[in-house]
Ligand binder design. Structure first.
Ligand SMILES: *Cc1c(COP(=O)(O)O)cnc(C)c1O
Ligand code: SF4
Length: 368
């Protein structure tokens, strides 16, 4: 929707990421002014905004199609009183990342890949974030000592072939810091792939420039896992960002989170996943929400996710289908789930499958 500005941005201001960050909203008053509504509309959100601060660019806010709190864009960026009510079962660090860290900032959970935390600055405070516990802390970019401790660990653990560079958001780092990190990890001979995790292409696409793409790909082959949750997030600004990344030899996948009231139906997700392919982005994961304190109200239940995956199976391109997954508590790793497709076995032991149209079809699988 059209936002209300104190002074209307020019096209070059709109496409400038610094302008977007300088004009980001930090509180409910600024959001109300942009949306052209009375601040009292957000009275119920105040307590949540104090616990988990708000931060959103005009660009992302403009993707909303109404000023209602139920709008799928606003639901991802405006605090809600649900964040501080009914949060039973939520944990601030459900993935026990703090416990799987051999050296500061490095999380080594799976043998062949490790995750490096670059800082905690993001281009938006996503209301469903699993790291919202860290928003109030300040984690600056890594020092040279921290970086050499991490690369030293990786040199001693040549089984790690892939480094996930995450945050916060690594694309929010100063360019010199980002380049230093890319070069340091690329210099470890056993590291073959860098994977960046970033929501910048979605919430601040203006930040993706040919220069930034060149930094990401200045070392080992680079992949970027972005985070789109709704088809309204795919805009001409995103198209430009994806073009720069593509031409800059950065391959892309997408990780969505299944969010109640945002994208928890097959029609919306089908549209998102098929549209992502047009931007050269392969849908990779659809995550069920982690039991994070402050984000419990977004969880749908695993069954709801399986049902959506079942509705999409066979109906959209196989390339557009992500894996449906969730993280086990205590950092025990990811679980990928498929809708049940084996129905039963015939008396002769032949498995009977359920086709995408619901027919029962036996498939002699060559055993016995
Ligand atoms: C999710 C995750 C990974 C990556 O797992 P993939 O299945 O390869 O995407 C790696 N390390 C940690 C700590 C993770 O949480
Ligand atoms: S960009 Fe990622 S880490 Fe940052 S607030 Fe959003 S979900 Fe959390």
């Amino acid at each position: 929707m059209k936002l209300h500005y104190a002074s209307e941005p020019t096209a070059s201001q709109w496409w400038n990421w610094r302008w977007q960050l300088e004009h980001a909203a930090h509180d409910l008053e600024e959001v109300a002014a942009y949306l052209g509504v009375e601040p009292s509309r957000f009275d119920s959100c105040r307590e949540a905004a104090e616990r988990y601060p708000l931060f959103v660019t005009p660009y992302y806010l403009s993707l909303a199609q109404s000023a209602e709190l139920t709008d799928p864009i606003l639901r991802q960026c405006i605090p809600s009183d649900e964040e501080i009510r009914n949060q039973q079962g939520g944990d601030p660090d459900a993935l026990a990342e703090d416990a799987h860290s051999p050296v500061p900032r490095l999380v080594h959970r799976y043998s062949d890949r490790a995750l490096f935390v670059t800082g905690n600055i993001c281009a938006m405070h996503c209301r469903h974030c699993m790291r919202k516990r860290d928003w109030s802390k300040c984690l600056p970019p890594p020092t040279d000592d921290e970086l050499s401790a991490a690369t030293g660990y990786l040199a001693d653990h040549p089984e790690v072939r892939e480094v996930l560079i995450s945050g916060g958001d690594p694309l929010m780092l100063p360019e010199d810091d980002l380049r230093k990190i890319v070069k340091a990890f690329s210099a470890v001979p056993s590291v073959e792939i860098l994977r960046f995790g970033s929501r910048v292409p979605c919430v601040l696409p203006q930040r993706v420039t040919p220069r930034l793409a060149a930094i990401l790909s200045c070392g080992k082959p680079a992949w970027l896992a972005c985070h789109f949750n709704h088809p309204w997030e795919l805009t001409k600004e995103v198209s430009a960002a994806c073009d720069f990344l593509n031409r800059g030899e950065v391959s892309m996948v997408n990780q969505s989170v299944l969010l109640k009231g945002v994208n928890d139906n097959a029609e919306i997700l089908g549209k998102l996943f098929t549209s992502l392919l047009k931007f050269h982005v392969k849908p990779y994961y659809l995550f069920h929400g982690d039991p994070i304190e402050g984000a419990m109200h977004f969880r749908t239940g695993v069954e709801a996710g399986l049902k959506i995956m079942d509705q999409l199976r066979g109906r959209i391109s196989g390339m557009a289908l992500p894996a449906f997954a969730f993280d086990l508590p205590g950092g025990k790793g990811k679980i990928r789930l498929q809708p049940e497709e084996v129905l039963r076995r015939t008396p002769e032991g032949v498995p009977v499958f359920r086709s995408w149209l619901g027919e029962e079809v036996a498939y002699p699988d060559g055993r016995g």
